[in-house]
Ligand binder design. Structure first.
Ligand SMILES: Nc1nc2c(ncn2[C@@H]2O[C@H](COP(=O)(O)OP(=O)(O)OP(=O)(O)O)[C@@H](O)[C@H]2O)c(=O)[nH]1
Ligand SMILES: [Mg+2]
Length: 385
């Protein structure tokens, strides 16, 4: 249900969005909460505000600590084809897996919560590299530790949820999944959802990957009522005004996810594994591994490649050899995306492209900007002289 907030409350929310520091945001949210009328239609919103306020309080606390020198950076710069957050409860073997998969020197230990700051390793799959980031374990009782874990998970391109085969992994998977969902991170594409990217100019632009259930003018009106005048709104699945308002507040994201059931050497009964496999949504693949013996490790790269819908494109100049290093794009990408990734000039002066490989009807097929490329295509872009 759309909340139908009075203009005064929306103005307060606009102030929250403009706030820079956690302290300012917290103060602005407090004012917003006071201005929101309390009734059935705003129940979810009020719940969200309270949750966001408690997260901000933790952030404020964390920053206080940082000033005294004990804080750590929460952003890991992206490298390779995609950044994957390795996430789970303590002692499931995240560090052991990271070490076995990437060779990075990380402490594996029987002491809980050994990994306190994110650790990065590169996993090679054919000519692609995935950046694996072990994030600090989820603490079931919450606390500032989880704020960092969540922000790392929010910023990655995909998730690898690690579970321990010697524990109640079916229950623990649900716990991890719920924990993520509570923080607006979905492991399965919601039926309908939107992502809002705030911009500095360009007005409200709607990019429709799904079905918009209301006129675009209504969307723009709603955004403007929150004083959002410049943004790109991406629509996935079936979504209407409710989903947009939700996106304004909650900032929901979807992360392609794989599940790694580690310590398979300690699995008590195959029945549990079969039951688990059946209970998982279709789009979440399951890999059974043992970081100890090496079982299953070989399929992690391929599974990430599939789940993240990665494709490799080799580019070549009109007279010359294809590049050795591929350009990394996502399934569904077009020649336009290839041109953009090389240089703006290739878009502006585009004449035609020639394609070799899986998407070409015959080698060297001449195509335009809207041609959909496939993994392992070679693309030659010709520009107007
Ligand atoms: N039997 C068996 N033990 C494993 C396996 N993988 C990890 N372990 C053991 O599980 C314990 C925890 O491993 P870690 O990799 O440190 O766990 P973690 O998930 O990184 O936990 P944090 O301390 O929260 O970072 C260690 O004693 C490992 O030796 C495995 O595949 N099989
Ligand atoms: Mg660890």
């Amino acid at each position: 249900m759309v909340t139908n907030l009075p203009a005064e409350a929306k103005a307060k929310f606009a102030k929250y969005m403009e706030a820079k520091t956690p302290e300012e945001k917290l103060r602005a949210l407090q004012e917003f909460l006071a201005a929101v009328p309390k009734h059935k239609g705003t129940e979810n919103l009020v719940r969200w505000i309270r949750k966001r306020m408690s997260e901000l309080r933790e952030e404020v606390e964390e920053r206080g600590k940082k000033k005294s020198g004990s804080g750590t950076s929460i952003f890991i710069e992206k490298e390779g084809a995609a950044q994957i957050a390795i996430i789970g409860f303590t002692k499931v073997g995240k560090s052991a897996l990271l070490k076995a998969l990437t060779g990075v020197n990380v402490t594996v230990s029987d002491i809980p919560y050994t990994t306190k700051i994110p650790v990065v390793g590169m996993l090679n799959y054919e000519d692609i590299q995935f950046q694996l980031v072990e994030v600090p374990s989820i603490v079931p009782t919450g606390g500032t530790w989880n704020t960092r874990t969540i922000s790392l998970a929010r910023n990655c391109d995909g998730l690898a949820i690690v579970l321990d085969a010697s524990r109640n992994f079916i229950g623990e998977f649900k716990e991890v999944n719920n924990f993520l969902a509570e923080h607006g991170i979905h492991t399965v594409k919601p039926r309908g959802y939107m992502e809002i990217e705030r911009k500095h100019d360009g007005g409200i632009r709607i990019v429709n990957y799904g079905k918009l259930l209301c006129p675009e003018s209504e969307v723009i009106k709603l955004m403007n009522s929150y004083r959002i005048y410049n943004a790109v709104i991406k629509v996935y699945g079936e979504a209407g005004l409710d989903e947009i308002e939700k996106a304004i507040y909650e900032n929901i994201v979807y992360k392609p996810t794989i599940v790694i059931l580690n310590k398979i050497d300690l699995l008590e009964s195959q029945d549990f594994l079969d039951e688990f496999r059946r209970s998982l949504p279709n789009e979440i693949p399951l890999i059974a591994t043992s970081a100890l013996s090496g079982t299953g490790l070989g399929s992690v790269g391929y599974t990430l490649f599939q789940t993240l819908r990665v494709i490799r494109i080799y580019t070549k100049p009109p007279t010359g050899k294809p590049s050795l290093k591929p350009l990394i794009l996502r399934k569904g990408a077009t020649v336009l995306d290839v041109a953009k990734a090389i240089h703006r000039e290739f878009v502006e002066k585009f004449s035609y492209a020639r394609i070799w490989g899986p998407s070409a009807k015959y080698p060297g097929q001449k195509v335009g900007l809207d041609h959909i490329v496939e993994d392992k295509d070679t693309v030659e872009i010709n520009i107007k002289r």
